[in-house]
Ligand binder design. Structure first.
Ligand SMILES: O=C1O[C@H](COP(=O)(O)O)[C@@H](O)[C@H](O)[C@H]1O
Length: 269
């Protein structure tokens, strides 16, 4: 069964997401001294604003600090670093990757991209840096935050794409024919996603309700009460992993948590 937490709206969902990341960081830092995290682009960076993260540290009575956090991209579009399509740029401008100077920042890893590099070279270079840093957390990500597109893609793993039909043993792979622009991208693979200690999905808005209806069936033990400002509604769902890439992520030994809002969950509640 998969736990799906249904929130009143995006602000409440963002609060749970930031709280879950801060808790996971504390656990990883005390167990291994580092916190390895991968973040998606799209709607995720705004949920992870510096203000939202500082508020999450405060709720846990912890001084805000991203020291010993190593932040990778769950996927990236192969575009110049100044392009508005760059996921790293939106994590820096909308997310917490560039906090005020009083807060120790995380170490973050952009893709190394120049016009001389092919997508395959960009992907191999990213895999090399990622695998070298992941040795510090025993070869696994502590936490990966995934978004979900309205077509059910996650990271840059798109429905029916070759990378989904023939899953590779790489940790990072590339595509040159993304159905969503821009076409050239690198992405974490199912291998590394499914080996993570925890994967958190965050999906908000009515545009996501059709896919969620196909993926989740509400099961016994689900709460019936409406979500409140303070508390999400907890559903225990059966997950159909036959069609959509987002549903094919199920860490074999790790935790899986889905955070959605009422609009996205409308057809499963
Ligand atoms: O293209 C992408 O889309 C997905 C979903 O985006 P969202 O705006 O619907 O949340 C995102 O998770 C991924 O990182 C991005 O490259």
């Amino acid at each position: 069964m998969t736990i799906v937490l249904v929130h009143q709206g995006k602000p409440q969902l963002s609060t749970t997401l930031c709280d879950t990341i801060v808790k996971s960081a504390q656990k990883s830092l005390s167990a291994r001294g580092v916190f390895t995290l991968a973040l998606s682009g799209g709607s995720i960076p705004k949920m992870l604003s510096t203000d939202n993260m500082i508020a999450a540290f405060a709720r846990h009575s912890i001084e805000p600090s991203f020291e010993n956090w190593h932040v990778f991209l769950a996927d990236e579009r192969i575009v110049p670093s100044t392009s508005p399509d760059s996921n790293m740029l939106s994590l820096q401008t909308d997310g917490f990757l560039s906090p005020p100077s009083s807060i120790p920042p995380p170490t973050s890893y952009p893709i190394i991209n120049s016009s001389d590099n092919t997508p395959s070279e960009v992907s191999s270079a990213y895999q090399n840096i990622l695998t070298s840093i992941l040795t510090q957390s025993y070869g696994k990500f502590d936490t990966i935050v995934c978004g979900m597109g309205e077509d059910g893609h996650t990271c840059s793993l798109f429905p029916n794409h070759e990378l989904v039909r023939n899953q590779s043993d790489n940790f990072v792979d590339f595509i040159i024919d993304s159905p969503k622009q821009p076409p050239e991208r690198i992405t974490l693979t199912f291998k590394v996603l499914n080996e993570a200690r925890s994967v958190i999905f965050a999906a908000a808005g009515g545009g996501k309700s059709d896919v969620l209806q196909k993926v989740f069936k509400k099961g016994e033990g689900s709460e019936e009460k409406e979500p409140s400002e303070e508390e999400p509604m907890r559903l225990l769902c059966e997950k159909d992993d036959s069609e959509f890439p987002c549903a094919m992520v199920s860490p074999s030994e790790g935790e899986l948590l889905w955070l959605v809002d009422v609009a996205a969950a409308e057809k499963i509640c």
